[in-house]
Design a protein around this ligand. Structure first.
Ligand code: XMP
Length: 326
């Protein structure tokens, strides 16, 4: 029978068997999946695990600080932070195609992990155990939607499945590969992770890189970060965080429309709000948010975010739309 206790016990035994006395690294994204995967592996192999947080410049406002603070406080895990904004933005320069972006981000993640691996090995010296394993918080829906399930089309290359390069040197440890998100949350709870982590809304590994329709640049990321922070602030203030599954905020960087602000004409970009409700992200419906909340978000974004003169609401279910725009 399926109980979280059984899942935890079986996973811990399987991880010990797979990793043995070797060492592993785990990429933390700030999301619940990687946090729960890391906590499970830590339970299994303790200090043989080092978590790696890659600051790729595609995170939301305040997110890096949150990962560094919350997760380490909750678990006491060993954490290595890698600043990689320039590397990711250089690799993404000139690229607009969504799948290409996903593959580039997936590849750069692995390259950064390989570098972290080399540094850890060097730090441990000759007597240290090899770092052969990479822990990933891949869920069942990620596998299915990347085309890894049976009889399913390839919808998107999730950064940790279809987005991986072919020449990867790590062996993967993916303890959540058979679980859905709600099950992952239960496992996280069982492991004693705090509510702020267990109930965090999903956020994609490729981050804001797949929420800019068009080329990803630092300037566009900064705009989107501002708009996203406003939307999140207002949703939290309205007490809606637990009512919605997540609310991607998307910048249509290649679209411009005419507006009027103060006493002048503007020619700016639209921001899309994509609030959804869902059970497992495989299907979703658009959330019927209160009009006054939507109105506050719209007014604030157009007033406070430079170059944005329009806010639109995505009222598409999944299917036919996906949750993210790319
Ligand atoms: P879609 O857009 O496919 O998203 O309807 C389903 C859920 O998955 C999240 N998502 C990702 N999560 N790596 C992740 O860790 C990814 O590459 C990725 N792409 C989408 C998305 O936010 C939603 O919760």
């Amino acid at each position: 029978t399926w109980t979280t206790t059984n899942v935890v016990e079986e996973s811990v035994a399987a991880i010990r068997e797979q990793v043995g006395t070797k060492r592993a690294i785990c990429g933390l994204s700030g999301g619940v999946d990687s946090a729960v995967a890391a906590a499970l592996v830590q339970k299994a192999i303790g200090d043989q695990l080092t978590c790696v947080y890659v600051d790729h410049g595609l995170m939301r406002k305040g997110e890096s600080e949150q990962v560094e603070k919350d997760f380490v406080a909750a678990t006491g895990v060993q954490l290595k932070v890698v600043e990689a904004e320039e590397r990711f933005l250089t690799a993404l320069a000139g690229v607009s195609d969504p799948e290409e972006k996903r593959k580039i981000i997936g590849r750069e993640f692995i390259r950064v992990f390989e570098q972290a691996q080399a540094e850890l090995v060097a730090e441990a010296g000759a007597a240290g155990e090899a770092v052969e394993f990479l822990v990933q918080g891949t869920l069942y829906p990620d596998v299915v939607e990347s085309g890894g399930g049976t009889g399913t089309a390839n919808i998107k290359s999730h950064h940790n499945v279809g987005g991986l390069p072919d020449d990867i040197e790590f062996q993967l440890v993916e303890p959540l590969r058979r679980l859905f998100k709600d099950e992952v949350r239960m496992v996280g709870q069982e492991l004693g992770l705090p509510d702020e982590i267990v109930h965090r809304q999903p956020f994609p590994g490729p981050g804001l890189g797949i929420r800019i329709v068009g080329e990803v640049t630092k300037e566009r990321l900064d705009l989107l970060r501002e708009a996203d922070a406003i939307a999140r602030e207002e949703l939290t203030a309205a007490g809606l965080d637990r009512d919605i599954w997540q609310c991607p905020v998307v910048l249509l960087a290649d679209v411009r429309s005419v507006g009027v602000q103060g006493d002048g004409r503007t020619y700016g970009h639209p921001i899309v709000l994509r609030p959804v409700s869902s059970e497992d992200a495989m299907t979703a419906d658009w959330s019927r948010l209160p009009y006054d909340v939507l109105s506050r978000i719209s007014t604030r974004i157009t007033n406070e975010v430079d170059q944005v003169n329009r806010v639109v609401l995505d009222i598409t279910s999944k299917p036919p739309g996906t949750i993210e725009w790319e």
